[in-house]
Design a binder for this molecule. Structure first.
Ligand SMILES: *Cc1c(COP(=O)(O)O)cnc(C)c1O
Length: 413
């Protein structure tokens, strides 16, 4: 059967750092010879093509490919390289460990921004690695200045402002309070304010008034910060939905994530294909068992699904530990998560378990152990998509791909 020859994966080798601090360090390594009865095949050309499509939509703005959360489950390094090949000039990650992993892997040319950290973060390492850091809270200025003093580097910072999302970022009063100290730190050479950025609450909702309101606050903040002495390189506000739907907020740089991987950020308005995007990930498994069962047999825990005729069932060796949502369980009334086997569309029958789920293959099934089960893919061959799974589970496609288990091998084509 299938042999995985080379998998690039990240593993957290030092989850708990010394001195009782919560910290982490990511190490990049090649795992060879791992065998698993399933795999996520990632089409790197699709990622490059999607970035090209987004860059066209972004007009004169540069593209920061967001590769946080292990590139939305697609694998940090191969996805980052594919995005750069497609024309991204920036990479964005939430976690500091991912920013360092990009640099450690030799991705030194593009700018990298990291934006979510707590006291104790390895800010000095980030400065040495030439990573731009977000400043989203007053305490972070002290941390960044200390790291700059310790390393002799100048920290390149992007001020994160809460323009109305109500999540991370400096409020207006916080920024007013912080500006004098920030400008002193800039005059001292400890920091240079290179960017101002924010995030939208309703980018996916057509004509939502908050988008214009947030853009207004954003522009006022930019003006005030420039008056105070900032010489900005980049102003950035747009995520995937805004890249595709709100050209007025593209500014100098856009930050698409989901669309880089080919998934529609606005599935109720447009499919991937309609947006010119190609989903990059195909999740496949092989049937582990095929067997005959009589009518009236309950399948899986609690017998939520009961066979209505003598039939054939197949065991798929993927479960919630692999990221198959338990919400994708099926009953006789409500089909579970969709899959494709032997060219036909089937659904999870009964409960999704930790490592496996069951399919009712039907009385005339000719499937055999080892046959391919496509859980989701681009949809080009009528296979289900990550968006179909999201709809079945009452969630968003972001969650379907990002939760794919780290143990599922990623294979790059
Ligand atoms: C995740 C994230 C993005 C990318 O969002 P998508 O909707 O996936 O395009 C952009 N900016 C910030 C701050 C984010 O957290």
């Amino acid at each position: 059967m299938h042999i995985i020859t080379k998998i690039v994966r990240l593993r957290n080798v030092e989850g708990w750092a010394a001195a009782g601090r919560l910290g982490s360090r990511w190490e990049t390594g090649a795992v060879t010879g791992a065998w698993y009865p399933a795999r996520a095949v990632v089409d790197t050309a699709a990622i490059s093509g999607n970035v090209r499509t987004l860059a066209r939509a972004a007009g004169s703005a540069q593209v920061m490919a967001v590769v946080k959360a292990d590139a939305y489950g697609h694998g940090l390094l191969p996805s980052a390289r594919a995005a750069l090949a497609g024309g991204a000039t920036w990479l964005g990650v939430a976690q500091t460990g991912e920013a360092l992993a990009l640099r450690t892997a030799g991705i030194v040319e593009p700018r990298v921004l990291t934006w979510l950290y707590a006291p104790g973060a390895p800010l000095a390492d980030l400065l040495v690695a030439d990573v731009d850091v977000s400043l989203a809270a007053p305490w972070a200025l002290d941390g960044v200045v200390a790291a700059a003093r310790a390393t002799g580097r100048t920290a390149r910072v992007h001020l994160k402002v809460d323009t109305g999302l109500g999540r991370n970022g400096l409020t207006g009063p916080q920024l007013d309070d912080l500006l004098p100290a920030l400008m002193r730190a800039q005059a001292d050479g400890a920091v240079v304010v290179v960017g101002i950025w924010s995030h939208l609450a309703f980018a996916d909702t057509p004509d939502h008034p908050t988008v214009r309101a947030q853009a207004g606050v954003f522009e006022q903040t930019v003006a005030a910060t420039e008056r105070a002495g900032a010489r900005l390189e980049v102003r950035h506000l747009a995520n995937s939905a805004a890249v595709l739907r709100w050209p007025s907020v593209h500014y100098d740089l856009v930050r698409p994530g989901l669309a880089v991987y080919g998934l529609s950020p606005i599935p109720d308005q447009a499919t991937s294909a309609q947006l010119g995007l190609v989903p990059a990930m195909t999740l496949q498994a092989h049937l582990a068992t095929v067997k005959l069962v009589p009518a009236g047999q309950g399948l899986s825990y609690a017998h939520q699904y009961v066979t209505t005729q003598d039939t054939t069932v197949g065991i798929v060796p993927l479960g919630y530990a692999d990221g198959i949502p338990r919400h994708a369980s099926g009953t006789n009334q409500r089909p579970g998560g969709p899959v494709q086997v032997g060219g036909r569309r089937l659904a999870v029958a009964g409960r999704v378990c930790m490592d496996q789920f069951v399919l009712d293959l039907g009385p005339a099934a000719t499937d055999v152990p080892g046959d391919l089960v496509t859980v989701f893919g681009p949809g080009a061959d009528a296979e289900p998509t990550a968006e179909d799974w999201a709809q079945t589970c009452g969630t968003i496609s972001y969650e379907i791909v990002t939760r794919l288990g780290a143990q599922v091998p990623r294979e790059y084509v």
